[in-house]
Write a protein that binds this ligand. Sequence first.
Ligand SMILES: Cc1ncc(COP(=O)(O)O)c(C=O)c1O
Length: 377
Amino acid sequence: MQNMNSRVFQELTTPSLILDVGRVRANAARMTAIVNRQNVRLRPHIKTHKCIEVARIQTADHSGAVTVSTLAEARAFAANGYNDITYAVPIEPGKFGEVVSMVREGVDLKVITDDPSTPAGLNEVAARRGATVGVFLEVDCGDHRSGVQPESGQAMEIPRAISDASSLSFAGLLTHGGHSYGAKTIDEVKAIARQERDVVVDLAGRLRSEGIDVPTVSIGSTPSISHADDLTGVDEVRPGNYIFYDAFQATIGSCWFDDCALTVLAAIVHRSDEKIIIDAGAIALSKDRGPVDRDPGCGYGRVLDLDGNDLGLRVAGVSQEHGMIPVADPDLLEKLNVGDRVRVLANHSCISAAQHPHYNVLENGEIVERWEIHRGW
Ligand SMILES: Cc1ncc(COP(=O)(O)O)c(C=O)c1O
């Protein structure tokens, strides 16, 4: 297949990531408009991209506060001037030492917990080394991944234990409405956004009435923040995926397909009757299932031409390094030769990105830069 962009893409190794930076800028601007309208602060989750240059776009007109999902991200971002960081995976004792070290180096690194033994354990390490660590209580607002139940005794006891500890400060309440990904309609997403807000705003009220200061109420997922009607009582939101979006988000209505900024460039390595094989498989694309309730045939990604036009094909199967694409139309199959390249819009951009070392940055039809991805733990 040849088209106007083929020279640009032919020079890149495959599989590799293509990042449409114009779309990144537009997605960042749209979320900034949402948080300004809702009067909340944005603390974007940078796990989606793990990339300083993308974060610079995302935080161009805000405080620079970010959320991370690994201490490797925290280290990389702190080293590049990001000082206000929430590590939003529950902290465990094996990481107390590293967190305290970063706090002692001057990073405002906050952690989250839902575990009643954590305040005492973390406090001991922090006190011994003369640091004060900010700790959020993680609350389960219906996602049922982690977080205390909002009506449980622990929802009051853990904040009290953090507040009373000599070397911890209670940072507030944090929840993630990840169940918004399972919603079948926009109205359902909106209901989950209300639930995400109400659960923590209500608990914050109860804690405050017991005399416990709750500095920050923090919520957020891309679908829920994209559709939330009213965020009264919420201080900050932590969407992440919105900066790239992906086939999943477009299918569930968080964005349009044309908003998706990240694709995987792949080469055709095999053609036979009614199918092609590309060199992007489970590792390059991720094996994340798409929104099969909404689009049963979504497979592992949509196949686009080099200009980003949907060819109407899906990656139906993957093994480690192979992606299998059925092609029923013989005229189209005829045009897809070994060595030709395609772009795949995968289901979950965060997981695809985390498999690759860098982004090839696409602007005005040219690859203009290469941006590093800070992987690892
Ligand atoms: C704790 C937490 N906050 C925020 C987010 C961002 O959500 P999304 O990826 O839907 O933007 C995630 C994503 O997994 C998360 O785990």
